[in-house]
Design a protein around this ligand. Structure first.
Ligand code: NA7
Length: 546
C-alpha cells in the first residue's frame, strides 16, 4: 500500500498525490533510491532530463572519460549477485563501460518503467496544507508527491566560460559534459581545448592521439599524477570477485572511501631518503594513492606540502622536454593536492608532440571566440573544433537551476545565497519532506559509497516515518547549526580551503560564486556516517517529525 494512501494527517482531507515520492535524476543515486523506494512499497517516479539512465556517466561521454577510482571500488555494493555477474575490464574503467553497467542495473531491476526521460524539472514547491511537494516540469506539467528526493549530482550543471563571441564560431564546438553521441573524428582537424581540470586532462591526452593539431588553452595549471591503468587479467578478476566484502569493508574504513588511506607518519618524521622512496612508490602506483594515501600532514603543513609539490614539479620537468613549457605546466599558486588531482596517462608527454601547442592564458588571455577560432591578446588561432572543458557550477549549481521553494515560498537559492546550510547535506530547514542525495556537505570522495550511504539513510528515515504514521520531516534549525559548526571545524587548518576551486565553491563563470565558501564536507567519511547514524539512533531528534 502506498504511503500517500495510508498515512494521511488525522482529520485532514486525504491528500491527492500522484506519487508517494518523486526522485529528480536517474544517475547512480536516483537509480539506487528507486530500488529502495520500491522495496519500501512506495510509489515513486523518477524525472530525468536525459534520454537514458546514468547521470554523470550519461552526460560526460567526452573522449577519454574514465574512472580515477578503482572500478571494483566504484560499482554498487548492495547486490552480491550483480557483483559476481559484472566484470570490469580495466582497473579504471572508461565511460562507455560504466554507462553499460548502469544500464545493466536498470535492466536487472526493471527500473525504466518508473523513469520519465526527457523530463527536466523546472520547479518544486512545498505545499504546507498537503504536506507534500508539487513538481513542475519544463513542459508545464505538475506532479504532486509526499516526498521530494533530489538525486541531481555534484558536478552536473556545466558552465561555459564568460568569453565573448562563443555563439559566433562557425566550426564545431561542445562542452565536455554535453558531448554528442556520434563519435567525433579529430584526424587532420585543428582542435582547441579550453580548460585543464580533471576533464581537460583526460580529453587532451586522448584528442592529442589523432588530432591534426591541438592547442591547449590553460589558465591555471594543475598538479597531475599518473593513473597507471591497465586491463584486469582473468586471475585478478577472480581475486576481485572473491574479495568484494573485503574491498567494500576497506572503503568503509578509509577517510574518503577510496582503497587508499593516509600514511600515519608526518612528512618530516622520516629521512629525506625515505620520503623520496615513499613518493617514488606512490608515483609509480595506480590511482589516487599519491593524493589520499600520502603523509598525513600533506594538506595541513605548509612545509610538507611544499616538499611534495617540489617532488611532483621535478617529475613534470623530467617528462616535458621544453623547460619553458614545463614551467608553464607547474602550478605556482597552489600546492599539490589542494585541488582535485587529475590522474593522467602520458598527459605531460603530449606537450612533447610537434602537433601540440600550450597557450598560457595568464600571459596571453583569450579575448574572444571568433567565427574562425580564438583570439588571444597575442594571436589569432584558427580551429575546426573547440572543446570547452570548463567545468561545472559544482555542489549547489544543479539546485540553483531548479526553482525550489519551501515553506512560505522561500526559494532555496535565496536561503543559500550566503552559502549552503544543510543537515548532513541531506535536509534543509524550511524545506520539509525534501531529501538530498549528495547535497552540499555530504562526504564526497569515492562517490558511490556516499550515494549508497545517503540512500540507505533516507530510506531508513522513510521506513521510520511509515512505522510511526508520520507524514512530515524537517531539519531543526538548531541541528543545522550544530552540523554547520562541525562542517566548519573540519575545514579548519586545511590548505584546500585557501585555494579557489569547485571544492571551495568558486566558479568565475558563475555570477555570485567568486568568493570561497565551505561547500564541501572535509571530515572523514566514517565521521560523517557516525554523525548521521547518531541522528537515526537518537530517534531523529534533529528533525521535527509529525
Ligand atoms: P574544473 O576542475 O573546474 O576545471 C575547469 C577548467 O576550465 C579549469 O582549468 C579552469 O581554469 C578552466 N576555465 C574555466 N573558465 C575558463 C576561461 N574563461 N578561460 C580559460 N580557462 C577556463 O572542471 P573539470 O570538468 O575539469 O573537473 C570537475 C570535476 O569533475 C573533477 O574535479 C572531477 O572530480 C570530475 P581555472 O582553474 O578556473 O583558472
Amino acid at each position: 500500500m502506498s504511503l500517500a494512501a495510508s498515512d494521511q494527517v488525522a482529520g485532514a482531507p486525504r491528500p491527492r498525490f500522484d506519487h508517494d515520492a518523486i526522485v529528480i535524476g536517474a544517475g547512480m543515486s536516483g537509480l539506487y533510491q528507486l530500488i529502495r523506494l520500491r522495496e519500501l512499497g512506495l510509489g515513486a517516479v523518477v524525472f530525468e532530463a536525459g534520454t537514458g539512465v546514468g547521470g554523470t556517466w550519461y552526460w560526460n561521454r567526452y573522449p577519454g572519460a574514465r574512472f580515477d577510482s578503482e572500478s571494483y571500488s566504484y560499482g554498487y555494493s548492495f547486490d552480491p549477485e550483480l557483483l559476481q555477474e559484472w566484470s570490469w575490464s580495466e582497473h579504471f574503467a572508461p565511460q562507455p563501460e560504466t554507462l553499460r553497467y548502469l544500464n545493466r542495473v536498470a535492466d536487472k531491476y526493471d527500473l525504466r518503467r518508473d523513469i520519465r526521460f526527457r523530463s527536466r524539472v523546472a520547479a518544486a514547491q512545498y505545499d504546507e496544507v498537503a504536506r507534500g511537494w508539487t513538481v513542475t516540469l519544463e513542459d508545464g506539467s505538475h506532479h504532486a508527491c509526499r516526498f521530494l528526493i533530489t538525486a541531481i549530482g555534484v558536478l552536473s550543471a556545466p558552465t561555459w566560460p564568460r568569453i565573448e563571441g562563443i555563439g559566433s564560431f562557425r566550426g564545431q564546438s561542445w562542452h565536455t559534459a554535453r558531448w554528442p553521441r556520434e563519435p567525433v573524428d579529430f584526424a587532420g582537424k585543428r582542435v582547441a581545448v579550453i580548460g585543464t581540470g580533471a576533464t581537460g586532462v583526460q580529453t587532451i591526452q586522448e584528442v592529442a592521439k589523432t588530432a591534426g593539431h591541438l592547442t591547449v588553452f590553460q589558465r591555471t595549471p594543475n598538479w597531475c599524477a599518473p593513473l597507471h591503468n591497465r586491463p584486469i587479467t582473468e586471475e585478478e578478476q577472480r581475486r576481485i570477485k572473491a574479495s568484494y566484502p573485503e574491498i567494500f569493508r576497506r572503503c568503509q574504513e578509509t577517510f574518503s572511501c577510496f582503497l587508499h588511506t593516509p600514511d600515519p607518519r608526518g612528512t618530516f618524521e622520516v629521512t629525506p631518503e625515505e620520503r623520496e622512496a615513499f613518493w617514488e612508490r606512490l608515483y609509480a602506483s595506480p590511482g589516487f594513492g599519491i593524493w589520499v594515501g600520502n603523509f598525513r600532514d600533506m594538506l595541513t603543513d605548509r612545509a610538507a606540502n611544499r616538499e611534495i609539490s617540489e617532488f611532483i614539479a621535478r617529475k613534470i620537468r623530467q617528462r616535458v622536454k621544453d623547460p619553458a613549457v614545463a614551467e608553464k605546466l607547474i602550478p605556482k599558486c597552489h600546492g599539490f593536492g589542494t585541488k582535485r588531482v587529475p590522474l593522467e596517462t602520458n598527459y605531460y608527454e603530449v606537450y612533447n608532440q610537434p602537433n601540440v601547442l600550450l597557450v598560457d592564458c595568464r600571459e596571453t588571455p583569450i579575448e574572444r571566440i571568433t567565427p574562425t577560432g580564438i583570439r588571444t591578446s597575442e594571436a589569432e588561432h584558427e580551429f575546426d573544433i573547440i572543446i570547452y572543458a570548463t567545468g561545472f557550477d559544482a555542489l549547489t549549481g544543479a539546485f540553483d537551476r531548479i526553482d525550489i521553494r519551501g515553506r512560505d515560498g522561500l526559494a532555496l537559492k535565496e536561503k543559500w545565497a550566503g552559502g549552503a546550510r544543510t543537515l548532513a547535506g541531506m535536509l534543509v530547514d524550511g524545506f520539509p519532506n525534501m531529501f538530498m542525495l549528495l547535497g552540499p556537505h555530504t562526504a564526497l570522495g569515492n562517490i558511490p559509497r556516499s550515494i549508497e550511504y545517503n540512500v540507505d539513510w533516507v530510506t531508513a528515515l522513510l521506513r521510520h516515518m511509515r512505522e510511526h504514521h508520520l507524514t512530515f520531516a524537517e531539519a531543526r534549525p538548531e541541528a543545522v547549526a550544530a552540523w554547520m559548526a562541525h562542517v566548519m571545524a573540519c575545514a579548519e587548518g586545511l590548505l584546500t580551503f585557501e585555494v579557489d576551486s569547485w571544492m571551495t565553491g568558486v566558479n568565475r563563470n558563475v555570477e555570485g560564486k567568486q568568493t570561497r565558501t565551505i561547500a564541501r564536507y572535509a571530515g572523514s567519511a566514517p565521521a560523517y556516517r557516525a554523525w548521521c547514524d547518531a541522528v537515526a539512533a537518537e530517534g531523529y531528534r534533529a528533525l521535527t517529525l509529525a
